[in-house]
Design a protein around this ligand. Structure first.
Ligand SMILES: *[C@@H]1O[C@H](CO)[C@@H](O)[C@H](O)[C@H]1NC(C)=O
Ligand SMILES: *[C@@H]1O[C@H](CO)[C@@H](O)[C@H](O)[C@H]1NC(C)=O
Ligand SMILES: *[C@@H]1O[C@H](CO)[C@@H](O)[C@H](O)[C@H]1NC(C)=O
Ligand SMILES: *[C@@H]1O[C@H](CO)[C@@H](O)[C@H](O)[C@H]1NC(C)=O
Ligand SMILES: *[C@@H]1O[C@H](CO)[C@@H](O)[C@H](O)[C@H]1NC(C)=O
Ligand SMILES: *[C@@H]1O[C@H](CO)[C@@H](O)[C@H](O)[C@H]1NC(C)=O
Ligand SMILES: *[C@@H]1O[C@H](CO)[C@@H](O)[C@H](O)[C@H]1NC(C)=O
Ligand SMILES: *[C@@H]1O[C@H](CO)[C@@H](O)[C@H](O)[C@H]1NC(C)=O
Length: 286
C-alpha cells in the first residue's frame, strides 16, 4: 500500500516535469501568457475624433512578441516587440465603423504560442447639445398652471434632464429614452415663482453636462401682495424638492414686488417650439 502511494507521487512528479519540459522547448523558450487588452487613453464610450490608446500585453513568455489587434475579428494592425513590454496601438475614431469589439493576439515563435486577449467593446456616443428651456406661455398669473419643457436637440439617448429655479433643483432627474422634451408642471402661486428657471441635460458620456438658457415668467397683471409675507422662500413644489439630492446651491429668494415686473426674453426658436408642441397641448385645457 505504501509502495503504491510512493509510486503515485513519482508518477505525478514525472507528469509535472514533462509539462515543464513541454512549456520550455528546446531553446529554453516559453509560451506566452494570455495577453491583456487595456485602455491606456480614452474611454469605452467614445466621441467622433477621439483618440484612444490600447495596450496589449503578455506578461510571461519568451520574446520577441508579435501583437495583432482585431476589430470585430478583422485584423487592424500588427506590432513587434523585442521584449516583454506592451504593444501600444493608437486609434482615432473617424467613423462609426471604428467602434466595435477590439481584441488582440500575442505570438512568439513557438508554434503553440498563440494567445488571445479579453475583448473591449467601444460605443459611439454623440455629445449633448445645449438644451433649450421653453414654455408655451411666457406670461402667467397667480393660480395658473404652467409647463416648462427642456430638450437637447442632439446627443445620444438616454438623456437625463433636471429643472432648476435659481440654483435649486425643482424636479427629480427625468430620463428620456426618446428624442422628446422633458416636461414639468408648475403651479404659480407666489411671487417667488417668477424667478429664473434653467435646466440641465446629460447623457452617458463622461463630463458632458450642458445647461440651458434662462427662462422667466412675467406676471400678466400687477401682483397683489401675497397673503401675509410668510415664508414664501420656497420654490415650486418645495415639499417635493426637499427630497432631491441634487441641490448645488440654495439661493435665498428675494421677496420684492418689483421682482415680478421684470421683462422677459424668451429665447426659443421655432424649431424648438414645434418639437415640444405635442406635449404642450395636453396642459392648457383651461
Ligand atoms: C488625436 O491625435 C492626433 C494625432 O494623432 C492629433 O492631431 C489630435 O489633435 C488628437 N486629438 C485629440 C482630441 O486629442
Ligand atoms: C500614441 O499616443 C501617445 C499619446 O497618447 C503617444 O505618446 C505615442 O507616441 C503614440 N504612439 C504612436 C505609435 O503613435
Ligand atoms: C524566432 O524569432 C526570431 C526573431 O524574430 C527570428 O530571428 C527567428 O528566425 C524565429 N525563429 C523561428 C523558428 O521562427
Ligand atoms: C445638431 O446636429 C446637427 C447635425 O450635426 C447640427 O447641424 C446642429 O447644429 C446641431 N444642433 C445643435 C443645437 O448643436
Ligand atoms: C395643474 O396641472 C397638473 C397636471 O396637468 C394637474 O395635476 C393639477 O391638478 C393642475 N393644477 C391646477 C390648480 O390646475
Ligand atoms: C471629468 O471631470 C472631473 C472632475 O471635474 C475631472 O477630474 C476629470 O479629469 C474629467 N474627465 C475628463 C475625461 O475630462
Ligand atoms: C403654493 O403651492 C404649493 C404647491 O402646490 C403649496 O405647497 C403652497 O402651500 C402654495 N402656497 C400658497 C401661498 O398658496
Ligand atoms: C429673470 O429674472 C431675474 C430676476 O428678476 C433677472 O435677474 C434675470 O435677468 C431675468 N432673466 C431673463 C432672461 O429675463
Amino acid at each position: 500500500m505504501k509502495k503504491m502511494f510512493f509510486l503515485a507521487i513519482l508518477l505525478f512528479s514525472y507528469f509535472q516535469m514533462s509539462q515543464q519540459i513541454q512549456k520550455t522547448t528546446g531553446n529554453g523558450k516559453e509560451t506566452l501568457s494570455n495577453p491583456r487588452l487595456m485602455l491606456v487613453q480614452g474611454t469605452l464610450n467614445v466621441m467622433m475624433n477621439q483618440n484612444i490608446t490600447l495596450s496589449c500585453h503578455s506578461e510571461y513568455g519568451s520574446p520577441p512578441v508579435t501583437y495583432t489587434f482585431f476589430k470585430d475579428s478583422q485584423k487592424v494592425t500588427t506590432l513587434h516587440r523585442p521584449d516583454l513590454t506592451p504593444g501600444l496601438f493608437n486609434l482615432t475614431i473617424n467613423a462609426a465603423s471604428d467602434v466595435g469589439e477590439y481584441k488582440c493576439k500575442a505570438e512568439n515563435n513557438i508554434s503553440s504560442g498563440r494567445k488571445y486577449s479579453n475583448s473591449l467593446h467601444f460605443t459611439l456616443i454623440e455629445p449633448i447639445s445645449k438644451p433649450v428651456l421653453s414654455s408655451p406661455t411666457s406670461q402667467a398669473q397667480k393660480g395658473q398652471n404652467v409647463t416648462l419643457s427642456c430638450l437637447s436637440e442632439n446627443g445620444s439617448l438616454p438623456i437625463t434632464y433636471i429643472f432648476f429655479k435659481g440654483k435649486q433643483s425643482i424636479s427629480p432627474p427625468v430620463t428620456m429614452q426618446k428624442k422628446e422634451a422633458a416636461v414639468i408642471f408648475l403651479f404659480i402661486n407666489s411671487s417667488s415663482d417668477f424667478g429664473t428657471y434653467k435646466c440641465k441635460a446629460e447623457n452617458s458620456f463622461r463630463n458632458n453636462t450642458k445647461y440651458s438658457n434662462s427662462f422667466n415668467f412675467t406676471l400678466t397683471e400687477k401682483f397683489k401682495s401675497p397673503r401675509s409675507s410668510t415664508g414664501l422662500t420656497s420654490t415650486v413644489n418645495a415639499e417635493e424638492s426637499e427630497n432631491y439630492v441634487i441641490y448645488t446651491e440654495i439661493e435665498p429668494v428675494k421677496q420684492e414686488e418689483e421682482y415680478v415686473n421684470c421683462s422677459i426674453i424668451r429665447r426659443e426658436d421655432q424649431k424648438e417650439k414645434s418639437a415640444c408642441a405635442t406635449v404642450y397641448s395636453k396642459v392648457f385645457r383651461d
